[in-house]
Each structure stands twice: as C-alpha cells, then as structure tokens.
Design a protein around this ligand. Structure first.
Ligand code: GLA
Length: 707
C-alpha cells in the first residue's frame, strides 16, 4: 500500500495520505509536481477540542471526532452500528489515473470501497460502494463524498431555476454553516444546479481559483457546502434517500452515483474546459456533425395533420434542416395533454396509414426522422391505466399522487410495467424508420413509491435501464433527454443520451443565460438550442431573427417555429443562419469555450476557440441598456497571443442589417491583429440595442492566406 497517493492530471492534483488509520486528503488543487513532502506539518490543537490535530479525512466520520455532516449515516435495528469507525484495510492502483481504497469496520460489519480517479483532463471522479458484511440488515441513510476547498476559498456559486428559467447563477459569501440544496423531485429538477463551485474572492469567468463539483445522477439528491470551525469548507454530494429506501441485507451493496470535480486556477472557464474535454474524450460522445433540427412542437402543438406536416417538411428541406422531429400528439387519445400518455400506439384516427406516410416524406426530402416519447409517464385517462391502475407510482394506501400536467409516474420498478413500456418502444423503433427519440419526462414526484415503499432510487435506475436496454437493441438511434425543458440535465442521463433540451423557453434573451450556464459544464454539441417564433410563446417577447439565430448557433442548432408562415426575407435570413451554423459547427463543437469578463452587465461576450488556436467565433450581444453611450473596446479571451488573426463580422449579414445609424463607421472587418493585441487592447464593439448581437469570426492570417 502506497503511503502517499499523488494523482495528477490537467494541471490539478489530488493527494491522499494513506499512512494513518484512515485516508487523509492532503491536497486538492494545483498540480504540485512529483515530490510531496513526507510529512505535512500538523495543525495545532485548540484548548477545548479533540486531543489530536484535526485532519481532513476522505471519509469524515464521527468516530474520528468529526462534528460536521458524516459521510456515512445508517444503522442496524434499534440504532445499532450508528457510528461506523472505518479504517483503511487496503488500496489498489487503478492504472496511473486512480486508486481504490478499502475501509472496513469489522465490528459494525461494514466495508466501504472508494474509487478515485483523476483523468488527464483534470476530471476527478469519486464513487463509493458500501457492503453489508454483517448478519442482519443495515439501513443506509446517506453516503456522500466530501471534497475540501483550498486556500482563499471565500465565495459560493451555484445555479437555480424553474420551468423556462433553468440554470441561473446565484452567488454568496462562504460563511460558517451549511449551504444545503436538496432536490426532492424524483428527477433532476428545474432548480437543479449543474455545479457547486467554491472560489477565491471575486472569481470570474477567467480568473481566480475554483473548486467545483457535479453529481451525475437524475434522482433525488443533496449537495452542500459546509464550513465548520475546524478546517476548510467541504463540498458534499449524495443521493437523497427516502426513509428505509436502502436496506442492505447481509452481503448486499449500495453504490453511489459518480461525483465529478474539477479544480481550476483560471476561473470558471478552466472548470468548463475540464468538463468539456473529459466529456468529449468518452467513446460514446457524438462523433457525427450535429444535424440541424426542426421540431414541430411550437409550430403545430397537438394539431397533427399529414398535409400541414408535409408542408412543414417542404419548408424545412428548403431551409437546410437535416432532422425533422415530430413532437407530442401522435399516439392514441393524445389530442390534448390530459389523455393518452402510456398508450404508445400510433393514433389510428389521426394517422390512418401509420407514421410511415410522414416518415417517408421526411426521408424523401433528405432528412432524418425523430419522434417524441414520454415513456416514464401516464395519464390516468389512458387505456393502460384503465387496465392497470396499480401501475401508478405513489405512497400507497390507495392514494393517487396530486396530478402534475394531468399526469402520473409509471411505476417502472414494477416488472410488468417495465416490460410493457420496453416492448412498446422497441416495437415503435422496429416498425418505423426512426433515427432519434426526444425522450421527455414531464413531472416531479415527491412521493415516488413502489408497493408503498419509497422508490426514487430504484425508479431512477429503472429509467436508466430502460434507456440502456432500448439502446442496446437500437444502437443507431440517438436520444435526447428532455424534461419539461431542462429538468433532467446531468451526467447520469448523459451516459445514455446524446443531447439535452436546456429549456422549454425559446426566448433568446432568456436563453443567453440558460445556455451560458448549461454550457459551463456541457459542451455546446450536447445542448439543444432552437430558433423559436418571432414572439416567444413562453414570454411573449419579440426578438429579431438575427438575435435568435446568434443565440441558437452556440449549441446543437434547431428550429422550433412554424416556418410555413415565413416571408421571403425571413426565409432567406433563416437559411443563412442555418448555413452559418453548418459552416461553423465543427469549430463550435470541438473548440474551447470562452467567456469574457465584461464589466458592463449590459453586454455578454462568449465564443469558441479552435484547440490549435487557428480560428475562433465569438458572439457579442446586448442584453440590457447600458450607462455608456458606446460599448467601448472589448478584449477577446482565449486566443493564441502569437498568432495574427483576420477579423470579420459574419452575422448579421447584408440581408439582415441591424439599423444602427451610428454603426456606420464601425468596420472591424479587414482588421488583422495578434491574439495578444485582441486580448489586451481589444476591438471597439458596435452600438447595439438590447437583444441585438453580432457574430465575429477570427481566422489565423496564415490559414486565411493558405500558407
Ligand atoms: C414538454 C417538453 C416540450 C414539448 C412538450 C410536449 O414540455 O419540454 O418541448 O415536447 O413537453 O408535450
């Protein structure tokens, strides 16, 4: 067994001391190189405190004197074994990237193993497995990871939201006490934060030290930042278990979801870079160009008619769409959202010839066909629930949970319900040329239960299993995770899906924030972004097409608009936006995501810089009125300082001018400047009204001249 484990990757390190009775975290932060001192000087012992120096245990436990939130909580009958005293009993290298540590409490009959890996991109991943080695049941209450923040940590940043306003940041000072976020949605949740970040004072997009974690799970969970009078603040992540939800019989184990963590010495963009690189390194990461989508939802809603949908497909083809997705409303009884969920048979009245007539028309126009499903849900007004009323998940006692969008959760823990839904989906994919499923999940359930016992844990795993089994049978079908917009965006669901729908809000102004923060963790190719109608259906705001297009381009681009209604100039401008996306998607979907630190909150600058620094695309948008008459100069972050770039404003184009008289003199086109100049001196930006923007393209002069 090694005494010191020094995991290194992506400029960061995770250092453990295994020489004592329990593993101690010496350091999580910047890479320290090869050499770690043999002994780290001990902290002093306070007067009224434990008679030994405090240390940062990998598994904080009350038996070592830890007075904060214990990593492991549980008990045997009548509270026995309530306070485990786990000690290190083994460790095993997991290649160069990781280590597995075993801890045992023989008296309590518990064995805990922890897998810790730090990838070359700097992604730290932790997973714990608890085994009950005793003779009787062990009821698990909680098993969490606790990661210490480093020197100077003083502020907490996380995200919150609601339907149509997901992933909005909130920041606060780090103080004594616990900042606790509990998600009891039975799904990830609209208010779910994609990360919990703690950083040095004023840490920003481009500066400061940041310690950030993400919990890769789509069920109930709890995150915390805990500062006690002893030691640094700890960031905690755990599944939130219901009463008696996990009872381990003799020999049984419970495995936690993965905690992902990243340290950055260069602000949030460093964390983003680690997550993006790591996600892109997965063998399952989408490798093909992300096709332009047309989704029918905000175009026709439930009004499914073959003629109008074929008309829509005609227009889609003209504009350059590559994937046509038929949304909700195609199956039996589904004329409104009050009925039909669960009856996954093509509605014979609406589609007398099945979906084939539409699918053939779509494919004949050179597009893939995608279909909306919501397999985990049922309406009470459905044939399936009329036949199987007991397939509704709930607390038992004959109580049906309060409705949510008139729907209930199908109890997937019930093998018969699981088999039914798997068969329906499999048949659907066998009988139709479907390349893509928009897999929706549209309700919270706070009382998820199976036969009267809590089942959020099992239900989440069953939903994963359902997707996994379907994928195994149909590996060519891509799946999008949608959940009333962005209520299921996490790395657990992304182990088995190719994209997430960030929000039901297609208002470009709202999307600027939602997407910026979703993309803090997820690379843009995984995030669905659509050009919505001129006047947003969810906010009633009206936006120019250019602003909607500029916003949608930095993601997996699509259209969710009744394009049959477009006039010639709109058609032309939308086609230009589609062409622009196609031209630049390889860059956006492989580049380094960068975000400027602009002092003026009226403006946002974001972009993507090619990994080799040869090219970049930025969007500069105005989101509010400013105190200043002109935006002034803006620096472009992330470029190679020694490369000279040709600068061009590529959108809006000549056919979509933004009519700002005072911008007449503003011509950065044709400017050539070094990355250093562009970062340090910057370029003057145009005068924009709120909800206008420009796309600026930079390409290395050498590339441009073909040298
Ligand atoms: C959810 C989704 C939408 C749409 C509707 C259909 O709200 O988030 O995109 O698919 O369901 O009912």
């Amino acid at each position: 067994m090694r005494d010191i484990v020094n995991l290194r990757g992506g400029g960061s390190a995770f250092v453990l001391d295994l020489s004592g009775p329990t593993p101690v975290i010496v350091h999580w932060g910047a890479d320290l190189g090869e050499s770690i001192p043999d002994g780290v000087p001990a902290s002093p012992v306070a007067h009224s405190a434990l008679d030994r120096p405090p240390v940062q245990e990998l598994v904080p436990q009350a038996s070592s004197g830890w007075r904060g939130r214990p990593a492991l909580e549980g008990h045997r009958s009548r509270g026995r074994a309530f306070s485990p005293a786990l000690v290190t009993t083994g460790s095993r290298d997991l290649g160069v990237e990781g280590v597995e540590i075993t801890m045992t409490d023989a008296a309590a009959g518990l064995v805990l193993s922890l897998e810790i890996q730090l990838s070359p991109e700097g992604m730290l991943r932790l997973r714990s497995t608890l085994r009950n080695d005793g003779d009787d049941d062990f009821t698990l209450q909680s098993l969490s990871t606790a990661l210490p923040t480093g020197l100077g940590a003083s502020e907490i940043l996380d995200l919150t939201g609601r339907w149509c306003r997901e992933q909005h940041p909130q920041r606060q000072s780090l103080r004594q006490g616990t900042w606790l976020r509990e998600y009891r949605h039975g799904r990830t949740g609209h208010d779910s934060s994609l990360f919990t970040a703690v950083g040095t004072t004023g840490f920003s997009n481009r500066s400061g030290s940041v310690w950030a974690t993400h919990f890769g799970f789509s069920g109930n969970r709890v995150t915390s930042v805990e500062k006690t009078p002893t030691g640094p603040a700890l960031i905690g992540n755990a599944e939130l278990l219901g009463a008696g939800e996990i009872v381990l019989t003799a020999g049984e184990s419970y495995e936690t979801p993965l905690t992902y963590a990243s340290y950055s010495a260069r602000g949030l963009d460093g964390v983003t870079d680690t997550f993006h690189r790591w996600l892109r390194s997965r063998s399952t990461h989408p490798a093909t160009a992300r096709p332009v989508v047309l989704n029918t939802w905000e175009a026709v809603y439930f009004d499914h008619k073959l003629d109008s949908l074929v008309e829509l497909a005609d227009r889609a083809e003209l504009i350059g769409v590559e994937r046509f997705v038929l949304d909700d409303g195609w199956f039996r009884h589904r004329r409104t959202d009050r009925a039909g969920l669960g009856d996954w048979y093509v509605d014979e009245d609406v589609w007398p010839g099945g979906l084939a007539s539409l699918i053939d028309a779509v494919r004949a126009r050179g597009m893939q066909f995608g279909l909306w499903v919501e397999p985990e849900m049922v309406n009470e007004d459905s044939d399936v629930i009329r036949a199987h009323p007991d397939w509704i998940s709930g607390a038992g006692f004959g109580r049906t949970p309060v409705g949510w969008r008139h729907q209930q959760v199908l109890d997937l823990v019930n093998p018969a319900a699981f088999a039914y839904i798997l068969e329906r989906l499999d048949a659907l994919l066998n009988n139709n040329a479907i390349s893509y499923l928009k897999w929706d999940q549209n309700r919270d359930l706070t009382e998820m239960g199976h036969t009267g016992a809590p089942s959020a844990h099992e239900q989440t795993l069953a939903a994963y299993r359902l997707i996994d089994e379907l994928r195994q049978a149909h590996p060519e079908v891509e799946i999008e995770s949608c959940s009333s917009g962005g209520a299921r965006v996490d790395l657990g669901i992304l182990e088995r899906t190719e994209r997430v729908w960030a929000s039901d809000c297609n208002d470009a102004l709202e999307r600027q924030t939602i997407q910026r923060w979703t993309e803090a963790i997820l690379p843009p190719e995984l995030v669905g972004t659509h050009v919505g109608p001129t006047t947003s259906h969810t906010t009633s705001r009206t936006h120019s097409l250019s602003f909607r297009a500029i916003t949608a381009i930095f993601g997996h681009f699509g259209i969710e608009w009744d394009v049959r209604t477009l006039g010639d100039s709109e058609l032309l401008e939308l086609s230009e936006a589609v062409a622009l996306y196609k031209k630049h998607r390889a860059l956006i979907h492989s580049g380094v995501a960068v975000h400027g630190d602009l002092v003026d909150p009226a403006y946002l600058l974001g972009g993507s810089v090619a990994q080799d620094g040869s090219e970049a695309l930025y969007s500069f948008v105005c989101v509010a009125t400013s105190f200043d008459e002109i935006p002034g100069r803006v620096g472009f972050p992330g470029l190679d300082p020694d490369v000279r770039y040709d600068v061009t404003v590529i959108f809006p184009t000549a056919t979509s001018p933004y009519n700002q008289r005072s911008n007449v003199g503003w011509i950065p086109d044709g400017i050539t400047a070094s990355g250093r100049f562009l970062a340090e001196v910057g370029l003057p930006m145009p005068i924009l009204n709120p909800e206008q923007g420009v796309l600026i393209h930079l390409v290395s002069s050498l590339e441009a001249s073909g040298l």
